[in-house]
Design a protein around this ligand. Structure first.
Ligand SMILES: [Zn+2]
Length: 262
């Protein structure tokens, strides 16, 4: 089975949020109910989780996902990492370490804030009491492989000190996390028309560290995928409104959205 599941489609506060409630989102549309952003990819016989947001526990249980081949992180922000302790459940199923892959600064953030869960290859923690995770440091533009899946990390600019996107299977799937700009070198790594591009919008307007809808549409135009899905939306982004503002091959994500790539 080749598929991508948008486990959560919300920006850091979720929708509704503590501070803004439903904002501009129509509360009657269930697609506007958004937990935070993580994505599950099953492709070429390999399964990958991208980011452990604070809602990851419920998301994995809902989709009956209890193990995968590797965990990738995009950047060191709380809404993408702080569900990391729930990886203990995965360790309890596999009785093995879980390998995660990220840039050096993200690894440093995890080491600083969650040092108790880091393990070494060959040594598995007592997973009843704590998770057992092994860091693997990767660099933008240096490809690596998980089982049968080729992965190219790409450089994302001006969101935070380090943000990484990923190209899977030579360009079939492109995943871009929170961004303000995308490095030229990242575009150069996309050498074929992707079947699927997943990328975030946070608010319709551009912020200091986030692209706005115009920027997102420009990136889509430049990468020219068969299909683009927009995730990481805050309460300013109503589902129907985003859908109306985007071309036919572009659609807003919603929690639990499954994209079949067979
Ligand atoms: Zn975020």
């Amino acid at each position: 089975m080749n598929r991508v599941i948008i486990l959560g489609a919300g920006a850091a506060p979720g929708v509704p949020s503590i501070n803004s409630g439903w904002g501009k989102c129509d509360p009657k549309n269930p697609k506007n109910y958004r937990t935070r952003t993580s994505t599950f990819i099953q492709y070429n016989g390999t399964s990958i989780l991208i980011d452990t947001n604070p809602d990851i526990n419920r998301q994995l249980i809902h989709h009956q996902i209890c193990q995968f081949d590797a965990l990738l992180y995009t950047h060191p922000h709380a809404d993408h990492i702080h569900g990391i302790d729930d990886m203990r459940g995965v360790n309890r199923v596999t009785h093995q370490n879980l390998n995660f892959y990220c840039g050096a600064k993200t690894a440093q953030y995890i080491k600083h804030n969650f040092s108790y869960l880091l393990s070494k290859p060959g040594t598995v923690h007592d997973v009843v009491h704590m998770p057992s995770l092994v860091p693997n440091i990767i660099k933008a533009n240096h490809p690596f492989k998980i089982k049968n899946l080729d992965i190219m990390p790409i450089k994302i600019l001006k969101h935070c000190p380090e943000s990484m996107g990923y190209i899977f299977a030579g360009g079939d799937i492109v995943y871009i996390p929170d961004f303000k700009e995308i490095a030229q070198s990242a575009y150069e790594r996309i050498t074929k028309r992707p079947r699927l591009l997943v990328l975030p919008l946070t608010t319709p307007w551009r912020q200091i560290t986030h692209a706005g809808l115009d920027d997102v549409l420009q990136v889509i135009l430049r990468i020219n995928p068969e299909r683009a899905v927009i995730n990481h939306m805050a309460s300013e982004c109503d589902y129907d409104w985003v859908n109306k503002m985007t071309p036919d091959n572009v659609e807003p994500a919603y929690d639990g959205m499954e994209i079949n790539l067979d």
